[in-house]
Design a protein around this ligand. Structure first.
Ligand code: NDP
Length: 303
């Protein structure tokens, strides 16, 4: 029986793994892969202690540091399909039918891209509607692109698309951009970028590939079709918590409710950290920090 099973391999899962190994907890980390969402980031400049690195580089560094710990079993290529309470802890089953027993669990499940849920979005996904700007920006060479969302994800997407597109239009639902001032200033320095405030997309259309976005001004109510070859949806993330919806308390956004001092969930023996929790701010740095708090508390509670 393990002392701790960590589910997830983003910065929260890895930070937890490093700390658990150093506390000599008998630990396993189960995940499809290592890196989390930032693996798609072109450049990470705010992870404390590293001036700049690509998302891919970040993932490699995480994996290297995790593998440098002697006392942790790293089970990659596996998805957890079931977590069941049992005497003295939990049994964890993966999609391949492997079963592990553990005294405690740390849920570091992360989050996924949010969809707009509008007509045409599904139909043109990968054919003009994209979610990963770093992956798909090169397809915009010499074309007109839209970016939807004015948070840091949206502003980063604009910066990813700028080198390729003929013109980039950022659509922001409200009248203020939520993203960092640093990004806003960078974007403002490019003449082929325009920003439309109070604007939402209500439909995507085209033939085989995306050709038009139907947009609406939320203040004036004015609607129009915008000719576009690519639309990058960057409106935030939703927590990957379906697996645990009947196990721990979730809030109305589907995030795991935790005690932020200890990172304990509503269920004895289960902790959580990172983007899947109800923390107000979700960053690589905070995910790692929260996971460290969780492991220190797990260690104390096992002692
Ligand atoms: P945010 O929640 O910060 O921003 C989401 C944006 O999408 C807002 O402009 C919001 O508009 C808009 N939006 C949401 N839903 C819709 C919708 N249905 N239709 C149209 N627009 C919509 O999410 P982010 O993913 O940008 O960022 C999440 C967190 O991750 C933040 O804390 C951010 O700072 C962090 N982050 C940090 C990065 C970095 O530091 N390098 C990079 C990326 C993210 P409205 O304002 O009207 O609600």
């Amino acid at each position: 029986m393990y002392d701790l099973i960590i589910v997830g391999g983003g910065p929260a899962g890895v930070a937890a793994g490093v700390y658990a190994a150093r506390k000599r907890l008998k630990t396993a980390l189960i995940s499809q892969d290592i890196g989390g969402q930032s693996i798609n980031s072109g450049s990470i400049e705010n992870f404390i202690g590293v001036e700049t690195m690509s998302g891919f580089d970040f993932a490699q560094r995480l994996e290297k540091q995790l593998r440098a710990q002697s006392d942790i079993e790293i089970i990659l290529g596996h998805t957890v399909s079931e977590i069941t309470p049992q005497e003295g802890g939990y049994s964890i089953r993966t999609h391949t039918g492997k079963v592990f027993e553990t005294k405690t669990v740390l849920l570091a499940l992360g989050s996924s891209y949010k969809r707009l849920d509008i007509p045409g979005e599904k139909q043109f996904e990968g054919k003009g509607v994209f979610y990963c700007s770093i992956c798909d920006a090169p397809l915009m060479k010499g074309k007109d692109a839209l970016v939807i969302g004015g948070g840091n994800s949206g502003l980063e997407a604009v910066l990813d698309v700028i080198p390729y597109a003929q013109h980039v239009t950022l659509l922001n639902r409200s009248e203020v951009l939520r993203g960092d001032q640093v990004y806003q200033e960078k974007i403002a320095s490019y003449p082929h970028v325009s920003i439309r405030m109070n604007t939402v997309v209500t439909e995507f259309s085209g033939s085989t590939f995306l050709e038009r976005a139907h947009v609406r001004n939320t203040v004036t109510g004015q609607e129009e079709d915008v000719a576009v070859s690519g639309a990058f949806v960057a409106i935030g993330y939703q927590p990957n918590t379906t697996l645990v919806k009947d196990l721990v308390t979730l809030n109305e956004r589907g995030q795991i409710v935790v005690d932020h001092k200890t990172m304990k969930t509503s269920r004895e023996g289960i902790w959580s950290a990172g983007d899947c929790t109800d923390g107000l701010y979700h960053q690589n740095n905070t995910a790692a920090g929260d996971a460290v708090k969780a492991v220190l508390n797990i260690h104390e509670s096992l002692r």
